[in-house]
Design a protein around this ligand. Sequence first.
Ligand code: ADP
Length: 308
Amino acid sequence: MFIEIKNARKKYGEGETLVNALDDVNISLDEGKVYVILGPSGSGKSTLLNMIGGLDSLDSGTITVSGRNISNSDKKKLTDYRREDVGFVFQFYNLIPDLTVQENIEVVSDISENPMDIEEVLEALDIAKYRTRFPKELSGGQQQRIAVARALAPDPDLLLADEPTTALDVTIQGQILALLGDLSRERGMGLLLITHDLGVVAEMADEVGVMYAGRIVERAPVRALFAEPRHPYTWGLIRSAPTLDTPPSAKLDAIPGTVPSPGDLPQGCPFRPRCPEAHGRCFKTPPTVESAGPDGVREVCCWLAEAR
Ligand code: ADP
């Protein structure tokens, strides 16, 4: 298994400000796959990504990436891991303004043990033509390409991308995401992507994890998730997205209610106040994760999943 996360918990703040950003997260992911994390704002997606990238540490639980235990590595091992094994692409590209495109990438290559050849990086991203330009001379989409190049330069096993296109023009978003997907497949590099774009999810993902209130509430191969969502949040999410067949006058089904504050969750299932099917034990006890479906490849955190 490439990434294995067991009983991951992370809280921020205390007393009235306490937030369970990760509340017993368990997942395992295969190598070289595109894995997308969906979920409402504040559900713990970035926290999970940061933990996998070694940018922050869990309160309890373990994260293993390619056999390395990230959750209890010493400082030196963690620095090496962040430098060599994972690449990060964030919403904002943070290039160094006084350096050219090529120099921005070289800064990263120079401190890596086995970096990709710089020409190969420039070619993979189709940015050789910008090599002597400075970031301010480039558009947002072009700058994000350079940021992807920088993430790729150390030749990582895993790319972590946190809403990498949210700040970009909508016409460029698809290009950058397609590029990430292509790089992942061509290089056998895992890609863990946070996005709100369900079209992108359907097109690019191998697997999807849906988060709600600090938990993975559903995990499934992408086709199964869209064809037959099992968790009522996933179900609502997919029904609330427009498709090409949606007439302009159609009223989409929004999920009723609002996302609970992670610091003030209701008793029982965190989704219960918004769930049309909630009853009985949903009000009393948070559901546990169960494998559902005949294939057993999907997991759902819902008391009623079996009945669906
Ligand atoms: P998402 O990426 O799904 O929007 P986050 O992982 O950013 O969610 O946040 C999950 C919860 O943890 C939110 O309530 C957020 O306010 C809280 N949180 C995240 N990082 C911090 C932090 N460094 N300090 C305090 N609270 C945090």
